[in-house]
Design a protein around this ligand. Structure first.
Ligand code: GCB
Length: 604
């Protein structure tokens, strides 16, 4: 596995990208031995030759769980196997290096090329890449085999537990409520780079004053001999090259000064939101281009105090949702029509932000948010942590390292969320989260941090370390169910108490109630569309009071859309707290929220 940069694969003057998405062969050995496949050396040859198990056609990218009609595949625990053949052109032999990159495998994956182990990766929802040059047969068919393990334990991110049922079947339980979808759920790319290549790029807006922006950049180059190379940086304003600079390739870091920059602004805060430049890097040997790579960047700054949060020195109020990557049939698999539909709904409803609850979303989704000016609270895959240990801590740090490496240049990412609803009332959580937040700060000081809390403000210790307080609370639902008339009292009281104890800006990250579309009651009754509207309306009253108190910086509904959960009697076909259905049609509440969100936007 490559431990360096994780730049998204792009075609450039010097690089070629070949997607390996499509139909792969798939085997889910439904027996209790977790090593089936390894012992039989399934990676040595086509899965189609296996005798004792069914071989399915499986689309990539997709979660495998809901594709077949077999509950044993939906609820499969342990290893599943994928493979496919792909052709590598002869001329690639002279291209330099060839790489294989997975946008994510959930939860853990191992990859073989032509029977040889290439790489292993643990923690879902994060990309990984390995160099395959030495393993390929050029001008021929090659075999890629993947094993994928969805087992969650006390030292995985997130945690889960395996239990053996009376009949010997292994059953996974977990305390978070979204379904534990698994598989090769994001795009797979084969791509080339030259032998000496641009491995990573970091660009930060370090100053923004009086119509001048200073961009600090750092480019990592890998190769045998970089001493004669130059590194050329061009900042392209849509079509026109506006600024160039040259650096030594071996130490390609420096600054760009941009006069009268067009800033990246959030949606609805500006008439040209989401403005991005192209940051182009070329490695030059004399006048020959050795490698070239371009990435979009936005020019913007963030700052925060104990009661405010600003972007480009303007205070922002975040109004949006928690979301999920989730849809019928493909589960958490990347689906571009769905991604665009979702963002069209986000624009329609007038939201300016969302949280990638409860794991990093696909890079393709993040691209859309950057481009539209949607602000993202970027969450790592840690959810509902109950048992704190050193091995968990080190994996949690790895997940943050990988997330920040992936998303550090994204203007849309305005905050790092270290975890959702960890049990921060436990004494062990204190030092644990101090180390987690220190770790984030060691990687990025330009964005604020948060931990999304479910515990009461008076028993939580970890919030001393974060920059922004986030809390989830289900007034009118998990507590005071049916008592709509007390909601606003409790919301105001709690937000104020968080601020008083920790002296930080506060936002409400989750509130809501399950709602079955088409269920109507007058007067409103729990689970009806009327109840959801009233529950929100009572929250809005509280938010209007809190907004006047400055420290309150945002309101997120739980959830954007209905989503699938594990099977439990509290869920009718999944979690129904969406203001859109799982098919992305509005419930009555969506029209109600829309009025508020557009009205909030007018206040900027
Ligand atoms: C929460 C969790 C979220 C759940 C939600 C619920 O507090 O953060 O993941 O889906 O409650 O609806 O129970």
């Amino acid at each position: 596995i490559h431990r360096g940069g994780i730049l998204y694969p792009r075609n450039t003057e010097t690089r070629q990208v070949v997607p390996l998405d499509g139909l792969w062969n798939f085997v889910a050995p439904n027996i209790t031995n977790p090593f089936v496949g390894f012992d039989q050396l399934w990676y040595r040859d086509s899965l189609k030759k296996i005798k004792d198990f069914d071989v399915h056609l499986m689309p990539v990218p997709a979660s495998f769980n809901d594709i077949t009609t077999d509950w044993k595949i939906r609820d499969h625990l342990g290893l599943v196997w994928y493979d496919r053949y792909f052709f590598v052109p002869k001329y690639w032999e002279n291209e330099g290096r060839v790489w294989l990159r997975f946008g994510s495998i959930s939860y853990a994956g191992q990859v073989w090329i032509n029977g040889e182990l290439l790489m292993s990766h643990e923690i879902g929802h994060l990309p990984f890449v390995g160099e395959v040059t030495g393993l390929l047969k050029f001008g021929q068919e090659n075999l890629v085999t993947v094993s994928c393990d969805n087992t969650l334990l006390s030292d995985t991110i997130p945690q889960g537990k395996v239990e053996e049922l009376v009949n010997g079947r292994l059953d996974l339980t977990y305390t978070f409520d979204f379904f534990n979808y698994a598989g090769i759920d994001r795009p797979v790319y084969l791509y080339t780079t030259p032998k000496t290549y641009i491995d990573d790029i970091t660009v930060v807006t370090s100053h923004l004053k009086e119509s001048t922006a200073i961009l600090d950049f750092n480019v990592t180059v890998i190769g045998n001999d970089t001493s004669n190379l130059k590194c050329k940086i061009t900042l392209i304003d849509k079509e026109f090259p506006i600024l160039s600079t040259y650096e030594e390739a071996s130490n390609c870091r420096g600054r760009l000064e941009v006069k009268h920059p067009k800033l990246w602004w959030p949606y609805l805060m500006h008439d040209e939101p989401g403005y991005q430049y192209t940051f182009k890097v070329e490695l030059l040997n004399q006048n020959a281009t050795i490698d070239a790579y371009s990435t979009p960047i936005g020019i913007r700054t963030l700052s925060w105090t104990n009661s405010s949060f600003t972007i480009n020195d303007k205070p922002v109020y975040l109004h949006g949702f928690g979301r999920h990557e989730d849809s019928d049939i493909r589960g958490k698999g990347l689906d571009l029509p769905l991604v665009i539909r979702d963002h069209n709904l986000i624009k329609w409803i007038g939201a300016n932000a969302y949280r990638t609850s409860h794991y990093p979303y696909a890079e393709e989704i993040m691209d859309v948010a950057d481009e539209l000016g949607i602000m993202i609270i970027d969450e790592c895959p840690s959810v509902n942590t109950e048992i704190f240990s050193d091995s968990l801590l080190s994996k949690h740090k790895i997940s943050l390292t990988e997330l920040i490496k992936r998303d550090k240049n994204r203007p849309g990412v305005i905050m790092w969320s270290a975890a959702n609803e960890p049990r921060t009332q436990y004494p062990a959580a204190k030092l644990y989260f101090k180390q987690i937040i220190d770790h984030i700060k060691s990687l990025d000081v330009t964005r604020p941090t948060t931990i999304v809390e479910a515990q009461s403000y008076n028993i939580v210790e970890s919030s001393f370390y974060v920059d922004i307080i986030s809390f989830n609370r289900y007034n009118g639902w998990y507590q005071y169910e049916g008592d709509l008339d007390v909601i606003s009292y409790y919301v105001i009281k709690e937000a104020q108490a968080w601020h008083e104890r920790f002296q930080k800006p506060v936002m409400m990250q989750e509130y809501g109630g399950d709602t079955l579309e088409g269920l109507h009651f007058l007067p409103s009754f729990i689970w009806s569309e009327e109840y959801q509207i009233q529950l929100m309306s009572e929250h809005f009253k509280a938010f209007d009071v809190l907004k006047e108190r400055n420290f309150f910086i945002g309101e997120f509904i739980w959830n954007f859309a209905d989503f699938k959960t594990a099977e439990t009697y509290t869920r009718v076909g999944g979690n129904k707290k969406g203001i859109f259905t799982r098919q992305r049609q509005p419930k009555a509440s969506a029209f109600f929220v829309r009025k508020r969100y557009w009205a909030l936007a007018k206040e900027y």
